[in-house]
Design a protein around this ligand. Structure first.
Ligand SMILES: C[S@@+](CC[C@H](N)C(=O)[O-])C[C@H]1O[C@@H](n2cnc3c(N)ncnc32)[C@H](O)[C@@H]1O
Length: 229
């Protein structure tokens, strides 16, 4: 799939929802295989970066089958999962309350949560700036936001190996275990992600302060962190 073929706007929203509904049954299995199990450690790191006290409530944007909700729960945080794909929510293994909703229009009041987090959902939303603004709206002043996403390793050699793996092996493995088209889309969808500097600017413009970015897995993943001003 080329960048030009990637859908935008409402077409993207519908395509993403249908795709996740379709791959939901084997989503977690493919994730573990595809990231060689590294994704679990990345999720734990993202939750640690929230730096919120036990009992704090955190909305998980694009919670999917609830992987991050479970990590939040183990850290003593009270998760609320939000996802627009009914198929993903139906497969969720978490005791957290789950809501089918758009992360760009959360059914939550202003300043009603202590934090927001998302795992690999950012590049799937139609408008990343709007997603940051909506997170800022629902987080109380002083609360925290953490966005975990894939990224491109900065080292040229690591980047080459990573590109080969992500663009050739992942669709092949995804095809064997689940749906080849979906797992060709997932690497291609990194094209939706703005540059690291632009992501930090968008987060700042949305109302977050002390925004920073941490690279994980030699730059194959990133977490964006901000404090609600
Ligand atoms: C790659 S999955 C990640 C699932 C989970 N966060 C994880 O870490 O495994 C992306 C999820 O984001 C959801 N999603 C994409 N756009 C969304 C939106 N605008 N509102 C709510 N959920 C959305 C998809 O339905 C999908 O379940």
């Amino acid at each position: 799939m080329t960048v030009a073929e990637l859908p935008v706007g409402e077409r993207k929203a519908r395509a993403v929802e249908e795709m996740f509904d379709r791959i939901a049954p084997r989503y977690e299995l493919v994730n573990r295989v595809m990231t060689l199990g590294l994704d679990a450690g990345w999720r734990r790191r993202a939750v640690r970066e929230l730096h919120l006290k036990s009992g704090a409530n955190v909305v998980d944007l694009g919670c999917g089958t609830g992987d991050l909700c479970r990590v939040l729960g183990r850290a003593g945080l009270r998760a609320i999962g939000v996802d627009m794909a009914a198929g993903m929510l139906a497969r969720a293994h978490t005791s957290a309350p789950l809501v089918r909703a758009d992360a760009l229009q959360l059914p939550l009041g202003d300043g009603s949560v202590d934090g927001a987090i998302s795992g690999f959902a950012l590049r799937n939303v139609v408008d990343i700036a709007a997603c940051f603004r909506e997170a800022a709206r629902v987080i109380r002043p002083g609360g925290r936001a953490v966005f975990l996403e894939v990224s491109e390793p900065p080292n040229p050699i690591v980047r080459r190996v990573h590109a080969l793996y992500f663009r050739r092996i992942v669709p092949m493995v995804g095809g064997l275990l689940s749906d080849r088209r979906a797992y060709a889309y997932l690497p291609a969808s990194t094209a939706y992600l703005p540059s690291p500097d632009d992501l930090i600017h968008l987060l700042t413009d949305a109302g977050f302060t002390r925004c920073r970015r941490v690279q994980l897995g030699m730059g194959a993943a990133q977490v964006l962190i901000g404090i609600r001003g």
